[in-house]
Design a protein around this ligand. Structure first.
Ligand code: PHE
Length: 401
């Protein structure tokens, strides 16, 4: 819980200053404006003028997946602070205008439009959930403003066009990783799947896992679905149980997975659950209790990595936010670093110039792995498998592309 405190304080402080400026409170019902926060360097007007370069960020700072947005915000803030302390870029300081989309695709798309038309940002960072990034990418691509998603893994996101990038791996790889782990490490022959049919991410991972697991000689016995935010998963779990799976793949978000795990155990389903990066949240343990102990998920980074730059990042992050950074924080940090480096190399601050510079990102030393962007604007990187234990995760293995 501790790591959320600084964010909440910042939001309060900024809401207070927003009240002063506009003489009316920024009510949270006021579209995307409600959750707007801005770095101290952003005052008034916006746009990239004078001695400030303005970036945009869209994230789920509130709502069911709030830890995604908050962790990403912290990571980006830390990277920008470091960049400014090191003198900024092109002789200017960097500021970030942030909008809260409450985890909703429509809000995310509106926030992008606002960032482009009103704030005139040169680049956009976000989102985490692939369905939200898909809605944003449409707008950013249409306007020719570069966008980097730190952590959306569905392949369709960067397929929206040549202005859309990511600093993480994609789900055809992530689905393969868990299928391989299930077959080779867990020695599973029969697994079942429970997918979130409201999430492009979950649907994509289900499809890949199913195909890869079958190619490796395994069998997916049953696939059941739910909709994000559901609270009763017993009917689906009962159906899955009948097929006697040796493990169950649940490629959803932590907010649902925690509840699913508890209900699975209540129904006597004791086999390990397996998931993807969407499980990554401190809240997972709160929601699941010990129901996920002995379960596994794939992820982008492990805080157990002894690499010096990773450990420095963790120490700096702890100092600033009071908790161990999750993968979202690490990828948020990396996305902002890649953005700043590209802006530094771009011949000017136009969309095409920044896009061309991002496209050339190669061997960039990120805290969540080295980033080289391929011709489809995706990063090609290893994944880690983490095991859930008592209130924490434990590094199991790395799987290379
Ligand atoms: N990869 C997920 C998606 O595309 C988002 C995510 C990334 C969640 C990393 C947690 C950690 O929807």
């Amino acid at each position: 819980m501790r790591r959320f405190a600084p964010m909440l304080l910042a939001a309060v402080a900024l809401l207070a200053s927003a009240c002063e400026k506009k003489t009316q409170p920024a009510a949270s019902g006021e579209g995307t404006k409600g959750g707007q926060t801005a770095q101290p360097a952003t005052t008034g007007g916006g746009g990239t003028q004078g001695d400030t370069i303005l970036l945009g960020e869209v994230g789920s700072l509130t709502g069911a997946q709030a830890t995604f947005g908050v962790s990403t915000r912290n990571g980006i803030e830390l990277a920008i602070k470091e960049a400014n302390e090191a003198g900024g870029v092109k002789g200017k300081k960097i500021a970030v205008r942030v909008y809260d989309d409450q985890g909703r695709p429509e809000e995310a798309a509106q926030a992008v439009t606002r960032l482009i038309t009103q704030d005139k940002v040169v680049l956009i960072l976000g989102e985490v959930a692939s369905s939200n990034s898909l809605a944003m990418a449409e707008k950013a691509q249409g306007a020719g403003v570069p966008m980097i998603t730190p952590s959306s893994t569905n392949p369709a996101v960067t397929q929206k066009g040549d202005y859309i990038f990511r600093v993480c791996f994609i789900d055809p790889f992530q689905g393969y990783v868990m299928a391989k782990f299930a077959r080779e490490n867990l020695k599973a022959e029969q697994v079942a799947i429970l997918q979130d049919n409201k999430s492009a991410y979950s649907i994509g991972l289900t499809e890949v896992f199913q195909r890869k697991f079958a190619e490796m000689g395994g069998k997916v016995t049953t696939t059941e679905s739910y909709s994000q935010g559901d609270t009763d998963f017993r009917a689906q779990l009962t159906a899955l149980k009948k097929a006697k799976p040796q493990a169950i793949y649940v490629p959803g978000y932590y907010s649902d997975v925690g509840v699913i795990a508890r209900q699975a155990r209540e129904l006597g389903l004791t086999v390990p659950l397996m998931g993807g990066d969407g499980w990554d949240s401190e809240k997972l343990f709160e929601l699941a209790g010990d129901a996920l102990n002995g379960s596994y998920f794939s992820n982008h980074y492990s805080p157990d990595n002894p690499d010096a730059k990773v450990q420095k990042f963790i120490a700096d992050y702890k100092k600033a936010y009071g908790g161990v950074p999750d993968a979202l924080a690490a990828l948020g940090y990396d996305s902002a670093k890649v953005a700043v480096a590209a802006i530094g190399k771009a011949k000017d601050l136009s969309g095409p110039a920044i896009r061309d510079a991002i496209a050339q990102t190669k061997d960039f030393p990120g805290v969540a792995g080295t980033i080289s962007l391929d011709e489809n604007r995706n990063a090609v990187k290893p994944a880690v498998i983490l095991k859930v234990g008592d209130g924490k995760t434990e590094f199991v293995t790395t799987i290379n592309p």
